[in-house]
Design a protein around this ligand. Structure first.
Ligand SMILES: NC(=O)c1ccc[n+]([C@@H]2O[C@H](COP(=O)([O-])OP(=O)(O)OC[C@H]3O[C@@H](n4cnc5c(N)ncnc54)[C@H](O)[C@@H]3O)[C@@H](O)[C@H]2O)c1
Length: 415
């Protein structure tokens, strides 16, 4: 057995706690040893801090000090907020480290392209762990083996309600920018971003590959007075002719676990119950997997790659081009966030938390899974027709500041 890889973690709270658990599990197999963490707010998590001290893990306020002083470091995982991913991943690459970078790797296409250029030795794995799920891998095998015929269409929908607590928990929640740093937080670009990336996975030729769409039309709205959006829909095409559709929101009262419809010329598959159930023309299959189990699978695949036991991790930076083009073109097509007028939603108070619930949105998303239509095609009075974006090439930038500065009818409140 080789010596454990020296591991560093950037960002220990929030989803970083899940990273800590996965690292702990890998420590028990002798694969890695957590030697240091970087987090300016470790004191917010006294129990974690005490546990790390007890394990002789060195703690740094500034992750850059960790990278400079920990000369034996080989592997780093980044579970810090989205606006910091770009500079953190770039810094880790300057130190020649292998990196497990949480999704999304960066908000903007041009940042992703810069990271791809910097990652000359393909050392960055991106934490879109859903592509490793039982159902994702099974559906991809059916597509690649031709069991579903030619893939024609992928549709996804989800309503994951989020209250004040979600938006208050972090300074970057519901933001388009944090200072000068792009954020682009929202259902399609954070909590449910996995679904968009999975569309690119299913469209890719070959079990491990991803495709990039060439035509996108998107709409972004906000019921909650935030800088970013809480209602999104987009549709697009791949050069192969495959069509896709996504409708994703945090602004409903009713929960709709994510659902995905995959339609081929000879068969179909449906994922529902947030990935727990897979039905298909091949028969049903129970796919229950915990987030912890899935994350450990993703970390294990990454470590296998670092050790040279597999030839690539499940998602490399370049594999995220499809997700990045789709979400950036959605933003460009939308022309920015459109406010949903007060008559269009209800604010529901619940134990000092409040939800914004858009009238008819849950049912519209359920319906769109059968008949995919943009919200502007569904008679919502607040919805706005948007143009089709056909020309987005690698490195082309979205003018986030111009889009962000569209005047809002609502006062944007700090979260
Ligand atoms: N893969 C998944 O299923 C999944 C699920 C949830 C979140 N995430 C991702 O995890 C990342 C973090 O999200 P979160 O909600 O946990 O964020 P968060 O705001 O809770 O922050 C996570 C940790 O990062 C620390 N941090 C903040 N600024 C830092 C800095 N400059 N240097 C080092 N550490 C810093 C915070 O103190 C905190 O401990 C995001 O990219 C998010 O999309 C992924």
């Amino acid at each position: 057995m080789k010596a454990p890889l020296e591991f560093g973690l950037i960002g220990v709270g929030g989803f970083g706690e899940r990273h800590l658990e996965a690292i702990r599990a890998l420590e028990q197999t002798g694969e890695v040893k957590l030697v240091a963490v970087g987090d300016p707010q470790l004191q917010r998590f006294p129990e974690l801090a005490a546990d790390l001290r007890a394990r002789s893990v060195r703690a740094y306020d500034d992750y850059r000090d960790m990278l400079t002083r920990e000369s034996g470091l080989q592997v780093v995982s980044i579970a810090a907020p989205i606006p910091f991913h770009f500079e953190m991943a770039r810094k880790c690459l300057e130190h020649d480290l292998f990196v497990y970078l949480e999704k999304p790797p960066a908000p903007l296409v041009e940042q992703l392209e810069e990271l791809i250029r910097a990652d000359v030795r393909c050392r960055v794995a991106v934490g879109f762990q859903m592509v490793e799920s039982i159902w994702s891998q099974q559906i991809k095998r059916w597509i690649v083996s031709g069991k579903l015929g030619d893939l024609r269409e992928v549709r996804v929908g989800a309503c994951w309600p989020r209250g004040d607590g979600y938006y208050r928990r972090a300074s970057w929640a519901g933001r388009m920018t944090l200072g000068e740093r792009p954020v682009f937080d929202g259902p399609a670009t954070n909590a449910l971003a996995h679904l968009v990336h999975n569309i690119m996975f299913f469209a890719g030729a070959g079990q491990e590959f991803f495709d990039q769409p060439n035509r996108i039309q998107g709409e972004l709205y906000r019921a909650r007075p935030i800088e970013s959006y809480d209602v999104a829909c987009l549709r697009g095409h791949f050069p192969s002719g495959i069509f896709f559709y996504a409708a994703l929101t945090h602004a409903t009262q009713e929960y709709l676990p994510y659902q995905m419809e995959i339609i081929g010329t000879k068969g179909w598959a449906r994922v529902s119950k947030d990935g727990a159930l897979l039905e298909s023309s091949e028969g049903p299959r129970n796919c229950v997997e915990s987030i912890e189990g899935l994350l450990l699978k993703s970390f294990t695949a990454f470590i296998d790659y670092v050790r040279g036991r597999r030839h690539r991790p499940p998602t490399l930076l370049r594999d995220v081009r499809g997700y990045s083009f789709a979400t950036n073109a959605m933003l460009q097509s939308s022309g920015g966030m459109h406010d949903i007028e007060e008559a269009g939603y209800r604010r529901i108070e619940n134990n000092h938390d409040s939800l914004y619930a858009v009238h008819g949105l849950h049912d519209a998303i359920v319906g769109a899974l059968r008949k995919p239509q943009l919200f502007s095609e569904l008679n919502f009075p607040w919805a706005v027709e948007t143009p089709l974006i056909t020309t987005m090439f690698a490195g082309e930038s979205v003018n986030l500041m111009a889009i962000k500065s569209r005047p809002s009818a609502k006062p944007v409140v700090a979260c």
